[in-house]
Design a protein around this ligand. Sequence first.
Ligand code: SF4
Length: 225
Amino acid sequence: MTLIDERLEELKSKALACSDCPLAQTRTNVVFGEGNPNTPLVLVGEGPGANEDATGRPFVGRAGQLLDQCLAENRITRKHVYICNVVKCRACIIEGRSVKNRPPRQEEVSACYHWLKEQLEIIKPLVILSLGAPASNIIIHKDFKMTRERGIFFPTQYAESAIAALHPAYVLRQHGAEFEAARASLVADIAAARRKVMEIKKELAEKAAPQPENKPAPPQELSLF
Ligand code: SF4
């Protein structure tokens, strides 16, 4: 276990007991996040839904399955990356026996923000892929517009670089050709994030150990790790 693992586990154990906002009253589980804490690539979504609330794991419903497929098309598994959300507990509306997801309120996002910030400060990823506009508003900038700024790299305080992609739940709501196009854009944005990780790693390696003139550079690694 690395120091990063230990620090993240310590933070997680505190977050699991959090009652800093009203979502604590309706949640089943705090969905802290999971994956490889030593990764250069972190994926951040908006918040957990019903399946995530029931299991305590991020992106495990249909949207999670689609995300896994899109990662796999880039030769990435959950063991390569870390996945979490801006808000750690499910936001929902309870009407009689019906429980429906709703977007987290601004005060809930504000109350929860410090967990995400601390998570990212511990992991120190090179690249963050924010899934959907609400996560991008936190990770990239507050006026982020998915239609104009998806797929573009931005500097961010949480990593060397960040890029936004469509949220897999949004992709699932599309039909026919729109679904195929949205799915393809998610695959492409994951690919771009992966390439960016490799670019940054190459730059850092070159800075750390400059190659003598006329000596060929060693082959670059082809995977994230
Ligand atoms: S959503 Fe965040 S701030 Fe609110 S109770 Fe859950 S962990 Fe705490």
